[in-house]
Ligand binder design. Structure first.
Ligand code: BT5
Length: 329
């Protein structure tokens, strides 16, 4: 894992779970001076971490701020590649833009860009993604699967499955469902959205930028008024605040596993999981594509992840990209 020295120190304290660590021991382990250790602890204090000195025993971490920094995510992480490089920002325009630069510079598969706040969070088709400070997970993962460009949209579905399964394994008071292709809804309201962008040559994907936005610890009035009736957060539904770093680590574990499955065995291997968690299939929907509006019943997705809609005249239409409205709910 490519942690900075400060993050390495922090990670040691996080895994000590409140037990004291001696400054000398830490200095020996990390091969730096005790003064250097002390300076890093000062910086961490400025960021909101609090240490107390215990006579003859060293330092004890007593207060951990609510942040999604690299050390905190790493303390939960259990992956082979994903999240081994994490770029953390207090504030950024959009994690997608930084991801794009890093991907062009050769960032490795599974590199994560994450921020406490986005001032220019992006949705699909130039829409805005509201990304309140410290309330959610605003991250992009650079993924480099060996697939042709036309398959890239399938990675959005793989990511949706990974997010839903992470939520289901950590929280018990609600049931998240996927709305094709990129929304995660809880009780009919949007809790998360996924934006997949691509760097590609004609026949080869160079990198996919999987942007995941999840409302985690918002109260209703943390959302701007215009989305209060359509948005929700995990905290609202679970009825308690959640540890964002833990959720990030769980998503990265799933995303690594299901991306590898997908690359090895194709979309078929993910399709069943996707359908099991879908809130779209079987419903009457209105799909707005760039060319037309299609109304009918969503009957399934193909082995390629394309949505199939049964029209009232009995025809089945394939939809590759659209905004979906679920009707009569
Ligand atoms: C999406 O777009 O749902 C994709 C969102 C992806 C956000 C992530 S955050 C990390 C990464 N960096 C970025 O800059 N973006 C990605 P779309 O399906 O187009 O939905 C956008 C619409 O959702 C908006 O027009 C609003 O109506 C609504 N919306 C905006 N912010 C929301 C929020 N926080 N929660 C729920 N709905 C929201």
């Amino acid at each position: 894992m490519n942690l900075s020295m400060k993050d390495k120190i922090l990670q040691r304290f996080l895994s000590a779970k409140g037990e004291p660590i001696s400054g000398q021991q830490l200095a020996d382990e990390l091969g730096i001076s005790r003064t250097a250790i002390w300076k890093h602890l000062q910086t961490l204090q400025e960021e909101g971490y609090e240490f107390v000195t215990i006579k003859k025993k060293g330092y004890r971490l007593v207060e951990v701020p609510d942040r999604v920094d690299a050390a905190k995510i790493s303390s939960f992480l259990n992956t082979k590649r994903f999240g081994h490089a994490i770029h953390y920002f207090e504030e950024i325009d959009s994690t997608q833009s930084v991801a794009q630069q890093l991907a062009r510079q050769g960032a490795e598969d599974g590199t994560v860009i994450i921020a406490e706040e986005q001032t220019g969070g992006k949705g699909r088709m130039q829409r805005t993604w509201h990304s309140a400070k410290g309330k959610g997970i605003w991250m992009t993962i650079i993924v480099r699967p060996n697939i042709p460009p036309h398959q890239a949209p399938q990675l959005t579905l793989v990511a949706a499955v990974s997010v839903v399964l992470a939520m289901k394994s950590l929280y018990k008071n609600f049931m998240p469902v996927i709305k094709w292709p990129n929304d995660i809804l809880i009780n009919g309201k949007k809790c998360a959205g996924i934006l997949t962008e691509m760097l590609a040559e004609m026949d080869r994907v160079e990198g996919l930028l999987i942007g995941i936005g999840i409302n985690t610890n918002h109260e209703l009035d943390d959302f701007p008024e215009d989305i209060q009736s359509i948005a929700t957060s995990i905290a609202i539904e679970e009825k308690q605040k959640v540890d964002r770093a833990q959720l990030v680590a769980e998503i990265l574990k799933n995303l690594e596993y299901y991306t590898d499955e997908y690359v090895a065995h194709g979309f078929k291997s993910i399709k069943k999981l996707w359908e099991e968690h879908s809130g779209t299939i079987g419903k009457r929907i209105k799909a707005t594509t760039i060319r037309e509006i299609i109304e009918g019943q969503a009957v399934g997705i193909t082995d390629e992840g394309v949505l199939e809609i049964l029209l009232d005249d009995g025809q089945v239409k394939k939809v590759y990209s659209a905004d979906i409205e679920i009707q009569n709910e």
